[in-house]
Design a protein around this ligand. Structure first.
Ligand code: FMN
Length: 196
């Protein structure tokens, strides 16, 4: 097997494990996007990895600032790192908010009930508050029974797809680091070694 395939297979394995195992280092990653002339970064959770078009899926609240920013500028980046695996994945991505209702519904079905309340904050995520708050309605328990099942949380839920255009893979080793760049074109992948 060529070195190119070996690195690429490590990448595929890392993201597959990140999706399926919530204790895996690759379960979380840093997602960055542009906000005007500045950059915003934050941790998110990988929920799916679609190998056929190399896309990374995460969930968010439709009202959150990053969603508005992505609509303005879809060029983004996803960065993963595992100390145990000594492996860094830097992906340049093009992001979009999924519109296919049936597909978004199927992702929503995978969200456990206790996690659904994250999508029920009264104000949008990142809104200012005069006091410490979890953002949920004051009477949350009764509200939850009355409203959660009626789909309020579902309305605020969104799925963000990030299609990889370029990959920078770095392996760390006492015997010498190695680094390679992969550029995805329509039906092919270009690979170049880089100086680490
Ligand atoms: C470990 C971890 C996982 C997170 N996962 C997500 C996630 O999957 N989706 C999300 O929107 N926010 C997630 N967050 C919260 C974001 O980091 C961020 O605080 C929030 O989305 C608001 O970001 P924004 O104001 O840039 O939109 C996570 C935070 C941590 C610490």
């Amino acid at each position: 097997m060529s070195a190119q395939n070996h690195l690429f297979l490590r990448f595929l394995k890392a993201l597959r494990e990140g999706v399926s195992d919530n204790s895996n280092d690759f379960h979380n990653f840093v997602f960055s996007n542009s906000v005007g002339r500045t950059v915003a970064s934050r941790h998110v959770v990988i929920r799916d990895f679609i190998e056929k078009n190399h896309s990374i899926i995460f969930f968010s609240d439709l009202r959150s600032p990053k969603v508005h920013s992505i609509l303005e500028n879809k060029s983004t980046a996803c960065v993963f790192y595992s100390k145990r695996a000594e492996f860094q994945i830097r992906a340049s991505t093009i992001s979009q908010i999924l519109k296919d209702k049936a597909l978004v519904d199927s992702y929503w079905e995978s969200v456990p009930n206790p996690a659904r309340k994250s999508y029920l904050t009264v104000k949008s995520p990142s809104s200012k508050s005069n006091e410490r708050t979890d953002g949920l309605p004051k009477n949350f328990n009764s509200f939850e029974k009355a409203t959660c099942s009626k789909g309020k949380a579902r309305q605020n839920f969104c799925v963000i797809e990030n299609v990889i255009t370029e990959l920078d893979l770095l392996t760390l080793s006492p015997r010498g680091h190695s680094r390679a760049k992969f550029t995805f074109e329509k039906n092919s992948v270009q690979m170049n070694w880089l100086v680490p």
